[in-house]
Design a protein around this ligand. Sequence first.
Ligand SMILES: NC(=O)c1ccc[n+]([C@@H]2O[C@H](COP(=O)([O-])OP(=O)(O)OC[C@H]3O[C@@H](n4cnc5c(N)ncnc54)[C@H](O)[C@@H]3O)[C@@H](O)[C@H]2O)c1
Length: 290
Amino acid sequence: MENLAVIGGGVMGRGIAYAAALSGHQVLLQDIQPNALEKATSFIEKEVKKSIERGRLQAVEAEECLSRIKFTTSIEEAGMQADLVIEAVLEQMELKVNIFKQLDDVCPNHTILATNTSTMSPTEIGAQTSRPEKCIAMHFFNPPHKMKLVEIVRGLDTSDETFNKAKQAALSMGKEVVEVNEFPGFVTSRMNCLIGNEAMNMLMEGVASAEDIDKAMKLGLNHPMGPLELADLVGLDTRLRNMEYLHATLGEKYRPCPLLAKYVKAGRLGRKSGMGFYNYEKNIIGVQKV
Ligand SMILES: NC(=O)c1ccc[n+]([C@@H]2O[C@H](COP(=O)([O-])OP(=O)(O)OC[C@H]3O[C@@H](n4cnc5c(N)ncnc54)[C@H](O)[C@@H]3O)[C@@H](O)[C@H]2O)c1
C-alpha cells in the first residue's frame, strides 16, 4: 500500500497526509481550495520544524518526509495512481457520496476508498460506487500525526481483504486499530459528542464557567482534555454537523446544544477561526474566557 491520496486538506486531511508521509508513504493531498493546500503546506512545515527542534526527527528524515507529500487541486490526478484514498472533506453525506463516485471513476480497480467520517455510514457512502466491497471507514483522531487510534468501520459489503488492507495501512502509520461494526457515531464519536454536548448545555445553563467545566473533567475524571477545549480543537462547525447526524439517526439524546449552533452562526468555529469556547487570537496571551 505505497501510494496514498488524501481528499480534503483541512484539519484532518493535512494531518493524515503528514502521518502517512512520516511513515514512508508517497502522498498526494487534494483540496478544491488552493488556499487550503497553502495552509496545509505551512502546517506540515511547522510540524516538521517542531519535530526537528525537539529531536524527534533528523533533518534528513524531515526533508525526505516533505519530499513524499505532493499537493493538487485535481481529484483525477489524486486518484489515478492511488492504492488507498482517504477522504477527509466536510461531514456532509451528499458531498462524500459525490467524491466517492468521482474516485470510483478515476481510481484503478484495486484502489481502496476509505472515508474519515466521524459518524456517517460507510455503507451509504460506498453504495453508489461500483466497488462497495472496497469501501470502508478509517476514522483518525485529531491531530492525526499524534493520536494513536484509528477506528476501522466496515460497511455492509466491505470485504475481509479490504478490512485487512486498511488495518495494515493504519499499522504501517504506527497506529493502533479497533474494529467496529457500522452504527452511527461508531464507538468514539457517539460517546464523545454526548459528553461535549452535555458540557455545552451546562455552560449555557450557567452551571460553571468553560474553564471550570474543563478543569473538573481533567482533574476530577482524568480526561486529558476538557470537553469544551476538545470541541474547539475539532472545530465547532464539524462538531455541529456530527451532532446533527447523530440527532437524525440516534434520536433526541443527541439534539445539538443551541449554544453550539449559535457559535457556529457567529463564525466562532474554535481554534481554526481563532475563537470558540476560548479565545485563541494571537494578541491574547494564553487561552482566555470568551
Ligand atoms: N476535526 C476533527 O477533530 C475530526 C476528527 C475525526 C474525523 N473528522 C472528520 O474528518 C472530516 C474532515 O473534517 P475536518 O475537521 O478536517 O474539516 P475541515 O473543515 O477542516 O476541512 C475540510 C476540507 O475539505 C475541503 N473540501 C470541501 N469540499 C471538497 C471537495 N469537493 N473536494 C476536495 N476537498 C473539499 C475543504 O476545502 C476543507 O479544506 C469530516 O468528515 C469530519 O467529521 C474530524
